[in-house]
Design a protein. Sequence first.
Lengths: 275, 282
Amino acid sequence: MFSGLRWAVLLLGILLVAGCAGKEEPGSQTGAAPAPGATGKKVRLIAFVGAASKPPTTEAKEAFEKANPNIVVDISFGGSGTLLNQMTLEETGDIYMPGSDDYMEKAEAKEAVVPETRKIVAYLVPMICVQSGNPKNIQSLEDLARPGIVVALAKAGAVCLGDVSDEILQSAGLEKQVKKNVLTYAASCDQTQQLVQLGEVDAVIGWDAFKYWAPDDIDVVPIAREHLRVRNIPAAVSVYSENREAAEKFIAFLTSEEGKAIFTKHGYSVTPPSI
Amino acid sequence: MQARRGRRLADGRSSARWGRARTRVLVALLSLPLLLYLVGPVAGLIVRTTPSVWRSFVCCWEAASALRLSLVTASLALAIVAVIGTPVAYWLAHYDFRGKGAVDTLIDLPLVLPPAAAGFALLLLFGNQGMGSWLQAHGLRISLTPLAVVMAQVFVASPFYVKQARAGFEAVPRDLRLASATLGAGPGRTFLRVTAPLASHALVAGAVMTWARALGEFGATLVFAGAFPGRTETMPIAIYTHSTTNLPAAIALASTLAIVSFAVLILAREIAGRRLRVYVAP
């Protein structure tokens, strides 16, 4: 039993030391922040951002704070719906950046954002996402209806991607045929991606960014232009913001050339695809 | 005759020993399916975490701060639950009163409430639509802060401690408590010197389960405290946000959490087992 104690302490120690040895995050995030205006200098923005946008938004935040040392951006990542509820229940927050434009429509319907501040940060282009190497040789929407092909779709009505998938299949006249091959309907974008990444299904209709998130596990097949339904990742200033100017500055940064370069680097389309 | 009797006795003892050994092996074999089912997925996570992946995604400030936050808040939540939960457990164990059944059921409520629903309930009560405005006017903000992390963990984990502690207190023989009183000890002294030590194993078991549940808490925390890296992003939340765009990172974080939790639980059991020796007079 004593050897068990030593083993546990040793293991814990290694992990904690390794964790603490990690580089510190640039900029101040931990500890109590000064209240906005308390020192007369720093402005703290609160942004509610969809979890799928975490990597580029985190990098953009760091670049923005470096260029604007008097502004700190605190970002809470999560599901777009949960974030909207938090923002409206708490009547707090400066920026709302959901994972897709349908949630921005909901935010506008709730009068939770300032409509004229809405900007498009990136575009979401639907693609057929297949396992790496495309072992089932899926080249088009028609191939999703082939016997023996196992497909997953995002759940329509719950996920923007699900609504888009339905629209695409309806446009191609393949909805019934493809849905015969559907194994499951995913409750979120990331779950949709993970189903093909982990090999549970042969293909999903996903976003172009899925390929970037799992480059070793996912390949993408373009969808015929006439059936394409492009969506976007928007950002807008919250009606509860007390720092509108700073919030608009951050959104302007996201949509600037530097911001676009960051999103492009992370696999997002920043220019509208020609349809 | 003696030799034959001796041989019969020896055969009988060895037969009993063989029977006990067989029973032990049989019970162990019957336990294997559940143990394998519990260990298998966790082992799978750890095996998929290569050193390079672990270095890339775990040895960074965000993972370190998420792990630190999880360990600190879970420990704080445990301390709070122990302080406020012990009187409740004692009350339920030793007193009969009207509405006792309702109180008992109330304690179970966080167990059946979905964590996200619990998070919204806390947000509505302590957020701006509830007491939040008044609290903020007096300088205290709860929602979307580290304090909200602790409160969410206390809410979901408290039933584990209270139920175990109650069972422990109920198991303490009434005669011993009465004997303590007849020897001049007050209720407080009796609790500290008699009841608590005799219920210690249950208290420790409850504390371990409470800490583990608090450490793994996700839904209520995400809703009530948000996911601000470095402030309210606990390890389970970090795993979730990483899983969206970086599955290997999420797996690496999950296996780290599993290893750290396992190590801390073993440590806690070791310390508790060596310090708490219960002696019951024959």
